[in-house]
Write a protein that binds this ligand. Structure first.
Ligand SMILES: [Mn+2]
Length: 275
């Protein structure tokens, strides 16, 4: 397992669970200095990031790109896969595809979180899920062509009303015949929705593709009341070898949150070689 930290370039969501915000070069330098292996990037838009510039910064800092978030599609453009308007749904898929093109240049997956939307405005749950399945199916095909996976993140009940648990997400993914989609297990959302975190991770098994390494209060691991050792043990037991990515609030400040996240990683996971 390897340690990643979130970097947001989206001006609209400075209040979000992003450790570093604003300046990509500075963020990468801090992430590397603290010992992270990778960053998880939330670009302003797919075209706002020059792939060559990003590659240069990552190379200079000896960092990998763990994943690329698509949240700006919703926060900046209100694009959602479950909009009641067909044109918005298709723009949303197009936006995510372009983000995937950027991420695939680094063999990184994109994350589908906020863009999944919710059943609202007269749209019922069954229809919303059908729209979501249709969007993911189109992205699944694009991912297969590019040779990458994509990550679907179940959100807690206060953020979406579609799918809340890893088990329901796995059923949905398998039922829709999606081949490139993996589960993103966010330990903060899971703390609200799951009855047994290690058990849910074990059942996710090989479908698990990414972990948001966050405590119960969305602060850095170790600064809430989540019991991490059994969670790490479950990840080891299923042979998970992906990222633990610190998607946490920058509290009391970005540097302290990042330092605590990597300290917790070293305490509970150890060196990357110990996996
Ligand atoms: Mn998350």
């Amino acid at each position: 397992m390897r340690a990643a930290v979130t970097v947001s370039l989206i001006p609209e969501v400075r209040q979000g669970p992003f450790v570093f915000t604003g300046d990509l070069v500075q963020a990468c330098q801090r992430a590397a200095a603290l010992g992270f292996h990778a960053i998880e990037l939330f670009p302003e838009d797919p075209e706002a990031v020059e792939a060559e510039e990003l590659r240069q910064v990552l190379d200079d800092c000896q960092l990998s790109l763990a994943a690329v978030g698509t949240g700006a599609g919703w926060f900046r453009h209100q694009l959602s896969f479950t909009s009641s308007e067909e044109s918005i749904r298709s723009q949303a898929v197009d936006y995510a595809r372009r983000m995937m093109d950027l991420a695939a240049a680094f063999s990184a997956p994109i994350i589908i979180g906020a863009m999944q939307g919710k059943a609202s405005g007269g749209l019922n749950q069954a229809t919303a899920l059908r729209y979501l399945g249709h969007a993911l199916f189109q992205l699944d095909e694009h991912a297969e062509a590019l040779g990458v996976t994509l990550l679907y993140e179940p959100l807690n009940r206060y953020e979406s009303n579609l799918i809340h648990t890893l088990a329901d997400a796995a059923t949905f993914i398998q039922g829709a015949g999606l081949r490139q989609v993996r589960l993103l297990a966010d330990l903060f959302h899971m703390n609200i929705e799951e009855s047994d975190l290690p058990g849910a991770l074990r059942r996710a098994g090989p479908l698990l593709g990414h972990v948001h390494f966050s405590d119960s209060n969305r602060r850095a691991a170790g600064w809430g009341h989540t019991n991490f050792p059994p969670i790490i043990q479950a990840l080891r037991d299923i042979g998970y070898d992906g990222y633990l990515s610190a998607e946490v609030l920058p509290l009391p400040d970005a540097e302290s949150a990042a330092r605590q996240a990597i300290t917790a990683f070293r305490q509970w996971v150890g060196s990357p070689a110990a996996g």
